[in-house]
Ligand binder design. Sequence first.
Ligand code: FEO
Length: 135
Amino acid sequence: MAFINWSDSLSVGVKLFDDDHKELVSIANRLHDSITVGSQQAVLAPILNELVKYTIFHFGHEEGMMLQYAYPAYEKHKKEHDALIAKVQDFSDQVKSGKTSISLSLIAFLKEWLVNHIMASDKEYVDFFSKKGIK
Ligand code: FEO
């Protein structure tokens, strides 16, 4: 069973964002699987690198749309994004430097971020974008 299962309960009603979220879940599942089989830095570092890049790419999509439509909670949401990027970048740097004892905290962080950020903060924009007619 996958670490995180995509389900409609995670949908935010905007196809572009849902597609991004699905890709992030897929990368997180690969990372989780690699950690649980005891993969070392050479395997983990590229996946984490991909996660950092895709995270920045996805947050850019959301923030661009928020700015375009003057989403009222943009600043608050951007702050959360910036903190998540800093954290995932920090994990990536630690793995690159050979630190492997971060596995459990990384797994906890992935779930916290992907599930909780989407289910709480991202869900807050569902009505807003829906009323703007964005799907
Ligand atoms: Fe989908 Fe705000 O990240």
